[in-house]
Design a protein around this ligand. Structure first.
Ligand SMILES: *Cc1c(COP(=O)(O)O)cnc(C)c1O
Length: 396
């Protein structure tokens, strides 16, 4: 059997390659940071990590992780409800709830699991899920696992959301679900309007804050802070794998009864291993740091504003952003590849995105800013963009 399957796979793989869609992985030989070393020995400035607060290699988090290794061991060898819950797990859940101003939290191995396990236990075939068309793959998969009726509205389009809410009045319970920040454009979901519509049409709201938590809002509390609607969403999901240290882990936080039900019925929680103590303890330390100061957010916001201002002044076309993502629009797929390759030669690591990751004719380079970046890093990146932009005729 395998010989036939093997040639089938090889054919599919070469089609992916021929279409120019084959994903190669660049190998990094240093910790994650503003500068990284890649396996060719080259040192490059990193503008493509989700390391928004620069915490991926933070000394305090490393100490907290080591402490837990020494006092609580390496792994839990259990799911939460059998013997995988330490006091640390309960403390981290509490810290996350305090951060978001919610009632309780449930931890998962990843945000992918949090989204995969949130819909099916809560909603059934009488109910409605109304989902933004650009929501993350894990939300799409989670919705597929649930029997609720599905409605989709164009990205952040409030007229369409209202139409779908009207259509869904026939359903028993309605849940509107949206990413906080959409990762390809860096735009934010208009949470004030979404909450107002949900109130008007009697619906609940779920926000995936994976790209927005820690980043958006004056103190990094996410889109509910940015739009002054804290406590108004019933469900928030997020990751510990981006701004919050970048290791691994996800969570759902929100109304107490919702979290209680997820602990009883959410399959990725019930049937998957508990987070390791070192990750949990570093997470606790991280949220303590967030409660003490907004220094990292302030720096990240300054960096983003500076980068945007200089790049726009240089003549680049960038999507409006309220996040730490700057989508530098090039429109042409091949150009975006060439541009990214030339930037790497200049020592700046960024990724070009093109169809099918973004719509046809909307190729771009996505730049992710970080509190780990210093002014000299930003200036170097802007200079490299300008140089390559002129060489390739993108700017004058
Ligand atoms: C990154 C991301 C996830 C997945 O997070 P993991 O913890 O890595 O599984 C889920 N949702 C959104 C919106 C994301 O950006």
């Amino acid at each position: 059997m395998y010989t036939k399957f093997q040639s089938f796979l090889n054919q599919e793989l070469s089609q992916i390659k021929e279409a120019g869609l084959f994903k190669e992985e660049r190998i990094i030989t240093s910790p994650q940071g503003a500068t990284i070393r890649v396996s060719t020995g080259q040192e490059v400035l990193n503008f493509c990590a989700n390391n928004y607060l620069g915490l991926s290699n933070n000394p305090k988090l490393i100490v907290a992780a080591k402490e837990a290794l020494d006092t609580r061991g390496y792994g839990m060898s259990s799911v939460r409800f059998i013997c995988g819950t330490q006091d640390l797990h309960k403390q981290l859940e509490q810290k996350i709830a305090e951060f978001f101003g919610t009632e309780d939290t449930i931890l998962y191995a990843a945000a992918f699991d949090a989204n995969g396990g949130v819909f099916e236990p809560l909603l059934g075939d009488d109910d409605a899920i109304i989902s933004d068309s650009l929501n993350h793959a894990s939300i799409i998969d989670g919705v597929r696992l649930c029997k609720a009726n599905r409605y989709r509205y164009a990205n952040a389009n409030m007229e369409e959301l209202e139409e779908k809410l009207i259509e869904a009045q026939k359903n028993r319970f309605r849940l509107v679900v949206t990413d906080g920040v959409f990762s390809m454009d860096g735009n934010v979901a208009p949470m004030d309007k979404i909450i107002a519509l949900a109130t008007k049409y009697d619906a609940m709201v779920m926000i995936d804050e994976s790209h927005s938590a820690g980043v958006v809002g004056k103190s990094g509390r996410g889109v509910t802070e940015l739009f002054d609607v804290r406590g108004k969403a019933e469900i928030i999901t997020g990751t510990l794998g981006k701004a919050f240290g970048g290791a691994v882990g996800g969570f759902t936080t929100g109304k107490k009864e919702i979290i209680d039900m997820l602990r009883q019925r959410s399959r990725p929680y019930l049937f998957s291993n508990s987070l390791p103590p070192m990750v949990v303890n570093a997470g606790i330390k991280m949220f303590e740091m967030m409660a003490e100061t907004t220094e990292l957010q302030d720096k990240l916001h300054r960096n983003t504003d500076y980068f945007m201002e200089k790049m726009l002044a240089a003549g680049f076309d960038i999507k409006p952003t309220k996040s730490a993502i700057a989508a530098v629009m090039l429109y042409d797929a091949k150009l975006s590849q060439e541009f990214a390759a030339k930037l790497l030669d200049e020592g700046v690591y960024v990724i070009g995105f093109y169809f099918p990751v973004v719509p046809k004719g909307e190729a771009r380079i996505r730049v992710q800013l970080s509190a780990a970046h210093e002014l000299e890093h930003l200036d170097k990146a802007i200079a490299a963009f300008s140089k390559v932009g002129k060489e390739l005729g993108v700017i004058k």
